[in-house]
Design a protein around this ligand. Structure first.
Ligand code: TXA
Ligand code: MG
Length: 364
């Protein structure tokens, strides 16, 4: 199959791309589309045949459910069933973060095909803020299932050419909306009996979620105690005490369930900042090629065949935005190993460290 890429850099092209995408979607095909997090592979979320195409193009196992992207707020009640005790929390999250990089896992309605939720009684929903994604989903007028547009187990794409190298020849169309803004996948939270748990760290940080919880309590005339804040943050896997003290690392336990399938092909080792890299490679020394993925400063310790720096100013947003593109570049540089430096684990650093640990877990 020939894969076309359409760009959107003027209003006429955007309008043509939008119509071409809607045409493919109406045909049950899937289309690569930009969101503000990473590129997605979108198909009509209410058509099992379209979902099947997504799973096949990605070689994704059928037990792994898809995220459903809504055209508008109205669709929330058609796709999910929000229990009374969760309603205030859901409303507060949506008011603050939608459209945006927050995915909610909620009980589903029967309209959502089983293949989309992998048979679960819940469905993951979000509303993207990306103008191109919004244009397509609003024009199409139906929810779109859209996982990240990579083959299963690979790094998520943050540019149209990444989608081409992952899925070229397997899908008819990719819409180019330029590099993505956030660079890491959406934050996923589950809302259950009014309480939040964090399923995936992302651009909406635990600190952001804590702010909503506090404001929600206050809007009911209740000032949450430290113990209540502690309990709220604990379900998100971070320490309220560490946040209050402004500590560099606020994660309580490094997440146990490593997705070992989420990685570059090149082995990646995660090191603490400032650690001297010494790799013993005996006889083969001259032929070993190392790459560095550093946070702020180039490493002086080892000589690297390639070096990428995430953010010279130490800005976690900038670091996240370029993380996957830099990982991908290193992965394509025929290296024997990538040495990645840890970043401070607060705010967006929690999501970055999560992705780095997953990339490293593949190879231990
Ligand atoms: O930023 C994003 O969320 C991107 C863009 C394209 O929207 N999408 C994305 O989708 O990252 P995907 O499929 O690569 O990751 C979605 C994750 C998967 O790990 C899946 O297991 C989980 O969400 N998920 C989906 N539905 C779920 C559910 N009902 N319960 C728990 N986890 C769910
Ligand atoms: Mg993915």
């Amino acid at each position: 199959m020939e894969t076309r890429i359409l760009n959107t850099n003027n209003p006429r092209r955007l309008s043509e791309a939008m119509k071409a995408a809607a045409g493919q979607l109406a045909d049950g095909q899937c289309v690569g589309l930009p969101t503000a997090t990473v590129y997605g592979l979108a198909g009509d979320a209410l058509r099992p045949d379209a979902a099947t195409q997504i799973f096949e193009a990605k070689e994704r196992p059928f037990f792994d459910p898809l995220i459903v992207h809504l055209p508008s707020r109205d669709w929330l009640n058609r796709v999910t069933r929000i229990p009374e005790e969760s309603r205030a929390m859901v409303e507060a999250l949506i008011a603050k973060f939608w459209p945006g990089p927050l995915t909610l896992v909620l009980p589903r309605q029967a309209i959502v095909p089983d293949i989309v939720t992998a048979g679960l009684e819940t469905v993951a929903v979000r509303m993207s803020a990306h103008p191109v994604f919004r244009a397509v989903v609003e024009h199409y007028g139906q929810p779109l299932a859209a996982p990240s547009a990579n083959r299963f187990g690979h790094i998520s794409p943050t540019a149209a050419d990444h989608v081409m190298s992952e899925l070229g020849g397997r899908i008819p169309l990719i819409i180019d909306g330029g590099p993505t803004q956030h660079g890491v996948e959406s934050t996923i939270v589950k809302v259950d009996a009014g309480e939040l748990s964090l399923l995936r760290a992302g651009p909406i940080t635990p600190e952001d979620l804590g702010g909503v919880f506090q404001a929600l309590c206050q809007s009911h005339g209740h000032q949450p105690s430290d113990a209540e804040m502690e309990a709220f943050y604990e379900r998100l896997g971070v320490s309220f005490a560490a946040i209050s003290r402004g500590e560099e690392n606020v994660t309580m336990v490094a997440p146990g369930q490593m997705e070992s399938h989420y990685a570059p092909r090149t082995p990646l080792r995660l090191i603490e900042p400032g650690v001297q890299v010494e790799i013993y490679h005996g006889e083969e020394e001259a032929s070993v090629r190392l790459g560095s993925l550093a946070f702020r400063r180039p490493s002086t310790a080892a000589h690297f065949a390639c070096e990428e720096i995430l953010s010279p100013t130490g800005d976690l947003r900038e670091a996240a935005a370029s993380l996957f593109a830099k990982m991908r570049r290193l992965d394509e540089a025929r290296l024997d190993m990538i040495i990645a430096e840890q970043v401070p684990e607060h705010g967006l650093g929690i999501a970055i460290m999560d992705r780095l640990r997953k990339a490293a877990a593949h190879h231990v």
